[in-house]
Ligand binder design. Structure first.
Ligand code: FES
Ligand SMILES: [Fe+2]
Length: 433
């Protein structure tokens, strides 16, 4: 579904206060970027580049905000903040989703201050201007005001799309059109897991002291997976490697992965589920990668044995042993869809050196905690993994702040990191030029 925006997005406003010379300097840094190497330090630390990122990436592309499971009933909302933006994502009475800027049209106060909740009309806490769920200003009493036209002061809207239960938002006046093509590709992979019949089992909000690009870079490789002992029980640590690059100490794991892969393919063909890797990370505006890949052990879930963590199958799936359907989307998200649960991840930039990583675990809506799943067991692997990743990201942020830092080479197994950075550099060069 698409909503109409009231006004073009804030293109130019975030970098508008910078001098031409400063913008030229920033553009030159993008032009100088050495292929195959990490970025220069200012990309991770500089306030002006952060402002440019918010304008050129988060202000212009589709951003993953959350899922329908987070707003299951009419009136349910989440607020989503990144950089200077704050949005209200609200389940409306017609069953759709309204995305409204969380900025009061009186003097700009945040209208909703909680990260989630249920609301009827939305009342700004400052002078009680009141908006309906469509964002229309319905009440603004003030002594002596007689000819005040409320119709001119609705909350501003952003674009939205809901695909396979995932909610995407865009602040652009004209959001990238190729998102619809990409959505047609990934919907058949994710659709059978039926997010609309899931509920949130747990959500973790983790502030990482690192630039948003370091968070994304870290997510796009498994070169560091020795640092994830819990995850490595089920996610083959050979991910990202090839026959040529797999090290000898992982030869057994590689063979096990091949066997699990052929078993998974057989199952997918039996159930009519797509599984092929489709990867267009830096060759289109809406960069993405999707695949269905096996898990180790029992092949069902992210547990130590690979065994299911929730007893209830999702959607109309007929088998738990379906590995993980994993998707990477530029600029800020990644996902694992399993037979028994789904995990969504989003990275929301806070400042040049700080990023909020929101992780949400979804289970079948009729799964009962303590009966069908144990919450600690369900969340253990990725809670541990997220903490380990946070440490890696923070180590890199501290390194990037040192005068001794200089860009280092990405290894072959880090090709997706390179693809993410390529995508970022291309998109920003186009924006700044
Ligand atoms: S700023 Fe919202 S009512 Fe005044
Ligand atoms: Fe990691």
């Amino acid at each position: 579904m698409t909503s109409t925006v009231n006004k073009p997005a804030t293109r130019g406003r975030l970098t508008g206060s910078m001098s031409e010379e400063r913008l030229d300097e920033i553009l030159a840094l993008f032009e100088q970027r050495r292929l195959g190497y990490s970025l220069d330090a200012p990309f991770y630390t500089d306030r002006d580049i952060f402002a440019a990122d918010m304008e050129g990436i988060f202000g212009k592309h589709w951003v993953f905000a959350g899922s329908l499971a987070e707003v299951p009933e009419p009136g349910d909302y989440i607020t989503v903040d990144f950089g200077p933006y704050s949005l209200i994502v609200l389940h409306n009475d017609e069953g759709g989703v309204n995305v409204l800027h969380n900025v009061c049209r009186h003097r700009g106060a945040r209208v909703l201050t909680e990260s989630s909740g249920t609301t009827g009309n939305m009342v700004c806490g400052y002078h009680s201007w009141t908006y309906d769920q469509e964002g229309n200003l319905v009440h603004a009493s003030a002594p002596g005001e007689v000819d005040f036209n409320k119709g001119c002061f609705a909350l501003k809207r952003a674009h939205s799309r809901v695909v396979a239960g995932l909610i995407f938002v865009s602040m652009a006046a004209e959001p990238p059109e190729d998102f619809d093509e990409v959505a047609k590709i990934f919907e058949p992979y994710l659709g059978p897991h039926e997010i609309s019949k899931t509920k949130v089992a747990y959500q973790q909000q983790l502030i990482e002291e690192g630039n948003w690009k370091l968070v994304m870079e870290n997510n796009r490789e498994c070169y560091h997976c020795d640092g994830h002992p819990e995850l490595a029980c089920s996610l083959f640590p050979t991910w990202g490697l090839t026959e040529e690059t797999v090290p000898t100490h992982l030869a057994d794991v590689w063979q096990r992965n091949l066997t699990a892969e052929s078993d998974l393919r057989w199952r997918c063909e039996r159930y009519g589920l797509p599984y092929e890797v489709i990867e267009e990370l830096d060759t289109r505006v809406q960069g993405f990668r999707i695949s269905r890949e096996p898990l180790d052990g029992d092949g069902e879930s992210f547990s130590a044995s690979g065994r299911r963590l929730s007893k209830k199958l999702l959607g109309d799936l007929r088998d738990f042993r379906l590995g993980r359907c994993s998707m990477h989307l530029q600029p800020n998200s990644w996902f694992h869809f399993l037979g028994d649960h789904i995990i969504t991840f989003s990275a929301f930039p806070v400042s040049p050196g700080q990023t909020l990583v929101r992780t949400t675990w979804l289970v079948a809506d009729d799964a009962v905690e303590g009966v069908d799943y144990d919450l600690d067991e369900l969340t253990h692997t990725w809670k541990q993994t997220n903490i380990q990743d946070k440490d890696f990201v923070e180590l890199c942020q501290r390194g990037a702040s040192s005068p001794a830092y200089e860009p280092g080479p990405y290894m072959k197994s880090e090709y997706q990191v390179e693809a993410f950075i390529n995508w970022y550099v291309q998109r920003m060069k186009e924006h700044l030029a």
